[in-house]
Design a protein around this ligand. Structure first.
Ligand SMILES: NC(=O)c1ccc[n+]([C@@H]2O[C@H](COP(=O)([O-])OP(=O)(O)OC[C@H]3O[C@@H](n4cnc5c(N)ncnc54)[C@H](OP(=O)(O)O)[C@@H]3O)[C@@H](O)[C@H]2O)c1
Length: 281
């Protein structure tokens, strides 16, 4: 149903997306699964999140299992300068893949928009908009210069609908989806792949914590397996810009909808390219 046109060729993937990948939010949930999949391909990892000991344990485990190098970078991705600091931490590395994984989970939900201080939403927007922009700008510049790479943004199905009680989350996810579509158009002539994964409900530690804390009820058979979503995401990376999921496992085949949206995007791409022509003075 979400099967990619062809499975990712692991050897070609290492050449294109290695030698280093950076995962923002790389300690658990889908971030951990990305780390495991990429390490198994022999790609070195810079893992960033708030919990140093979890990052270190994962890095050590993957180094022992696959002989990769790893680096950790501990910080809160909601800080205003988080993107700049992450770029600085990777400055001496040849980064072929950037995965923006952290999405906030429990920090993103639980009250109506008006019932939390607006500063809470500013911090969520920092992570899902500002940090995403800063990192895609910095890593994107280097990938364009080297003529290969990938930007993979873990987005959400909630990007397609303004959802009450997660207003800032769903609207910042919507930014990520549209941003990726545009970047995909700009970077494809440079052999840099861009994909936003409009992820479905997945049974991750953060999802469990969120459902417990907010009382949000969802039956387990509505949830997708996070390791499978990560494998889908890597298979789809060369075929961006969006990977959509049905409401539940076994649901509607989303590929016709993805193809239709991509065709519309390709139709407007030529118009966009005309904007980028230098203006004659
Ligand atoms: N799970 C779902 O059902 C679901 C559904 C739709 C979309 N998504 C999207 O899928 C992605 C992954 O989701 P997830 O369920 O695995 O949970 P998540 O909380 O979005 O991501 C977990 C990872 O992000 C890190 N993280 C979270 N907040 C952070 C912060 N403020 N600063 C630094 N790192 C932070 C966590 O590490 P530390 O705790 O160590 O900082 C962990 O490594 C997200 O983009 C999410 O929006 C998830």
């Amino acid at each position: 149903m979400t099967q990619a046109p062809s499975p990712l060729d692991k050897v070609a993937a290492k050449a294109k997306y290695g030698p280093w990948a950076v995962i923002a939010g790389g300690s658990d949930g889908t971030g951990e699964h990305f780390a495991r999949e990429l390490a198994a391909m022999g790609i070195n990892l810079l893992l960033s999140s708030r919990r140093e000991e979890v990052l270190r344990a994962l890095g050590e485990e993957l180094k022992a299992a696959h002989g990769i190098e790893y680096r950790i970078h501990v910080q809160d991705l909601m800080d205003e300068d988080a993107g700049t600091r992450l770029l600085a931490a990777a400055d001496d590395l040849d980064v072929g893949l950037y995965v923006s994984n952290a999405g906030a989970g429990v920090d993103a939900s639980g009250t109506a928009f008006l019932d939390s201080p607006v500063e809470r939403w500013h911090r969520l927007a920092n992570m899902n908009v500002r940090t995403v922009m800063d990192t895609c700008h910095g890593f994107g510049l280097k990938m364009r210069a080297r003529g290969s790479g990938g930007l993979l943004i873990m987005c959400s199905m909630s990007a397609m609908l303004g959802i009450p009680y997660i207003a800032t989350y769903s609207s910042t996810k919507s930014f990520e989806a549209v941003f990726c579509e545009a970047l995909w158009g700009e970077l494809r002539p440079h052999n840099v792949d861009v994909l936003a994964v409009l992820a479905p409900a997945m049974d991750t530690p953060n999802f469990r914590a969120t459902t417990e804390e907010t009382g949000f009820l969802i039956s387990p058979d509505m949830c997708f397996a996070p390791d499978q979503v990560v494998r889908d995401a890597l298979d789809w990376l060369p075929h961006g810009p969006l990977l959509l999921y049905p409401q539940q496992p076994g649901g509607e085949d989303m590929r016709p909808i993805m193809a239709e949206r991509k065709a519309r995007l390709e139709a407007v791409a030529a118009l966009g390219e005309s904007f980028s022509e230098p203006v004659a003075s």
